[in-house]
Design a protein around this ligand. Structure first.
Ligand SMILES: [Zn+2]
Length: 371
């Protein structure tokens, strides 16, 4: 057992670049057409924002939102057949982040765990409320978007966000493009081929109130991703038409859009999709509660703080831990849970802090957020 006791009046500034494991950039595969899509169902009530609200959101585009994410990797009952590896999980999280960061939306990893459950790993149906409840019984977090990684899903899909917006989603690792597609749903985005609020006319005349409620994504229709020549390409060769506004009009599907089903061709969210996501983050508590604050402190003043089980702290800038006045202790000790302390710029460990890892580690991350 290692024992770390910090002497009084000594301030340690820790700049650990453990988070460099998050730097690897991997972009969407362009050559292999994924065979499984998302099975997220559109809820009956979809939030529409007024143009005034959206204009206000656009004026704050420079403000960086950072959202906590926690990952659950499913395995079979005996601990085998893990849905992914820790290394691949970090690659997938970074790939996901790369699609959001141009819009000043980033993610802070606050931990992961393995969940041993053969049924949840291989055959749960995300469309069944009972199955979803079984999944969420495994350490669901109230202040983070929980990502569950499965070997396969019982409905044959590659992912599901359970609701729009949502604070959790499932993804089959083999279809890891769904990390960013499902996160799009969590942040309020609809499929580009959505029709629950009305069918979008390709001329753009009703884009505010129909389709995906976003005007800079072209009108799409279900199944457009199957109309490609040559196979496995990103070239739409369908001739689908629709009669609207008194004319027969042709589609030009948004093949590179992450909320389409053209999964092999994903390259972007549009500016107005980003505005809708930022409006969701600002206004919908299910996501807003997951935001990382600028700074965070854990001070043992007049009380002792003992942390034994799973624990995480996250801040966009600085974290400070310890006792401002002498006499009390923050004890981060042995226990079964991993402990992650993740700051954007600086972690200050002050007098009064005792860190004594045993069976599980305490990890400090300096996460450059979007980088
Ligand atoms: Zn979807």
């Amino acid at each position: 057992m290692k024992k770390y006791i910090l002497q009084p009046h000594i301030f340690l500034l820790i700049h650990i670049l453990i988070a460099t494991c998050l730097y690897t950039e991997v972009y969407a595969q362009q050559n292999t057409k994924p065979k499984q899509n998302c099975s997220t169902k559109t809820p009956l009530v979809i939030t529409k924002y007024t143009q005034e609200q959206l204009n206000g959101i656009e004026r704050t585009i420079d403000y960086l939102y950072v959202i906590r994410v926690y990952v659950h990797i499913l395995r079979d009952n005996d601990g085998t057949n893990a849905a992914t590896t820790e290394a691949q999980m970090h690659i997938d999280l970074q790939t996901m982040t790369n699609f959001f960061k141009p819009h000043n939306i980033c993610f802070m990893f606050v931990g992961f765990e393995y969940v041993n459950n053969t049924f949840l790993n291989n055959s749960m149906n995300p469309g069944l409320a009972a199955d979803e409840a079984s999944l969420l019984a495994n350490n669901k977090h109230n202040d983070a978007i929980d990502i569950y990684v499965h070997r396969s899903l019982g409905d044959g899909s590659g992912g599901n966000s359970y609701n729009i917006p949502s604070d959790h989603f499932s993804v089959v690792q083999a279809n890891n493009f769904n990390f960013y597609h499902e996160m799009g749903h969590c942040l309020g985005l609809l499929h580009t081929f959505e029709t629950s609020g009305g069918t979008e006319c390709p001329d753009g005349s009703n884009c505010n109130n129909s389709g995906d409620l976003v005007c800079d994504t072209q009108a799409d229709f279900g199944g457009s991703e199957n109309m490609v020549t040559p196979p496995n390409s990103c070239i739409y060769t369908g001739n689908q038409t629709i009669v609207c506004n008194g004319s027969t009009r042709s589609y030009a599907p948004p093949i590179n859009n992450i909320m389409s089903y053209w999964a092999a061709c994903y390259t972007q969210f549009t500016v107005q999709q980003a505005t809708r996501m930022r409006a969701t983050i600002a206004n919908q508590n299910v996501v807003n509660k997951c935001l990382v604050t600028l700074d965070a402190t854990l001070y043992a003043n007049s009380i002792n703080i003992t942390i034994l089980n799973e624990f995480y702290m996250a801040a966009k800038s600085d974290i400070r831990i310890g006792a401002v006045t002498p006499g009390n202790t923050v004890f981060i000790g042995s226990g079964n849970g991993k402990k992650y302390i993740n700051a954007g710029n600086k972690i200050t460990i002050m007098a009064g802090t005792v860190i004594r890892p045993a069976s599980s580690p305490t990890k400090f991350f300096i996460n450059k957020l979007c980088d």
